[in-house]
Design a protein around this ligand. Structure first.
Ligand SMILES: [Fe+2]
Ligand SMILES: [Fe+2]
Length: 200
């Protein structure tokens, strides 16, 4: 059985793949390809349901709660930065969802909005993930006592075992697979500049 931090990192790998697909979709739109709204809606569905509700939900309701209980402040520290970035991402996903729900073919303004939200959201979430992988999660491993880590393991297992949530996460993993094969990611990194040593 994988520990909760490893499971969260596995979820990051899937989210990164879909971020790559979204970057690919934005490139295609920019080069004049017609993209059905339904595809944009499916990206919003994945990011809202899996990246946010499932993954950020587990971080916010389990991991961050455990780190706070162990004495890490919620305000003014790395947890505050992570929460702020979750919120920033939500605003972009709301905009993508609105484009997905619109009627008829995309207008020029819709295309511009799609490109600018995708171009802002992809590096935001990719850099966020790198900060968690390289800074916050290792910090959690060091910061939580062995007992607190066992308790985190228990609460995360309970979170992932919820039948309805698990079924929805599996359904969204399948959506992710379809998006990744439909929209090949451009070459190169999802965001520029390393962040492993950057202060949060
Ligand atoms: Fe996060
Ligand atoms: Fe995360």
């Amino acid at each position: 059985m994988k520990d909760p931090i490893t499971i969260l990192m596995d979820e990051h790998r899937l989210i990164e793949k879909v971020l790559g697909a979204l970057a690919g979709l934005a490139d295609r739109v920019e080069s004049g390809v017609d993209v059905p709204r339904r595809e944009i809606a499916r990206f919003a569905e994945f990011f809202r349901g899996f990246a946010d509700r499932h993954h950020h939900g587990k971080e916010e309701d389990r991991l961050f709660v455990a780190m706070e209980a162990a004495g890490m402040p919620r305000e003014g520290g790395p947890i505050a930065v992570m929460l702020h970035e979750h919120d920033e991402g939500r605003a972009h996903v709301r905009a993508l969802a609105a484009l997905g729900e619109g009627e008829g073919p995309l207008s020029d303004d819709d295309r511009d909005a799609l490109i600018s939200h995708a171009r802002a959201f992809v590096p935001l979430l990719a850099a966020h993930i790198a900060k968690e992988d390289n800074i916050l999660y290792p910090m959690a491993r060091r910061f939580l006592s062995p007992d607190a880590f066992v308790e985190l393991e228990r609460t995360c297992e309970e979170y992932d075992a919820d039948t309805e949530r698990a079924a929805e996460a599996d359904r969204l993993r399948a959506v992710a697979g379809e998006l990744v094969s439909a929209w090949p990611a451009p070459d190169g990194p999802l965001f520029s500049g390393g962040c492993a040593g950057e202060p949060m």
